[in-house]
Ligand binder design. Structure first.
Ligand code: DC
Length: 230
């Protein structure tokens, strides 16, 4: 069977990552969380006091950043993010990183650095990648593009549960404000703003269960794979 690229974009907190991961597992494809890469760069900038307003410092810092995904030893294995050899999977999900990541993601140097790595990962196809510009910039030729949305408070509740699982407590208002802010910055930035590709399938997940949203995408993927096979 031919392999395709599945690009999943959308607003913050729509459940793109968990959905994309389950879709990849179902198809037997690799999964890449491109947001984790922007989060890892942000963590590095915060920990090393790299100023976003200083292009020289940004370029120098990017030269010192190595991001990898590795599978954990537990069963079933988790796909975990490593920054310069250190497991940062939990650190990159904190509110501290969420509060800065959209500003860092606006920087053209950061986008060029990460987009090049993401395109390399998709060379052989058979990949599901989620983010904000996957269907528009990273893989404009992707066979299947999904654009996910969901109502703000539903997204805030889902994110709160995720944070709690990581033992971080944040109020719904605080989380909703962060999601709203990130949506605004991500959609209005000059460099690769978040927007729905003209050939993307729109999926509103407000009233869908997790299983339903995965199922919709898997079905669409198989119909593309079979089409591509003819
Ligand atoms: O998917 P996420 O919420 O973990 O992403 C965190 C931030 O990274 C998001 O607010 C914007 C940025 N991002 C981006 O600009 N482009 C991507 N392809 C993925 C994420």
């Amino acid at each position: 069977m031919k392999k395709i690229i599945v690009a999943i974009d959308g607003f913050s907190g729509c459940g793109k990552s968990s959905t994309a991961k389950a879709v990849a597992k179902n198809l037997g494809y690799a999964y890449v969380d491109s947001g984790a890469m922007y989060r890892a760069v942000t963590l590095y900038f915060l920990d090393n006091y790299v100023s976003e307003g200083n292009p020289k410092a940004v370029t120098k810092a990017l030269g010192d950043i190595d991001i990898e995904f590795r599978l954990s030893a537990e069963q079933p294995p988790r796909n975990e993010t490593y920054l310069n050899g250190l497991n940062v999977e939990d650190d990159i999900r904190t509110m501290r990183v969420s509060q800065h990541v959209s500003e860092v993601s606006k920087l053209p140097e950061v986008r060029r650095f990460l987009v090049a790595q993401q395109q390399k990962m998709g060379k052989k196809k058979g990949i599901v990648m989620d983010g904000r510009d996957i269907g528009t910039v990273v893989f404009p030729q992707a066979e299947l593009k999904i654009f996910m949305r969901a109502e703000l408070m539903e997204r805030a509740q889902r994110r709160q549960a995720e944070l709690l699982a990581n033992e971080e407590v944040a109020t719904l208002d605080e989380i909703a404000a962060n999601l709203r802010d990130r949506d605004r910055i991500d959609s209005t930035r000059t460099e690769s703003p978040l927007r729905q590709a003209s050939d993307a399938v729109e999926l509103d997940t407000t009233y869908l269960t997790f299983e339903e949203q995965v199922d919709v995408i898997v079905r669409l993927a198989y119909s593309k794979i079979l089409q591509e096979d003819v």
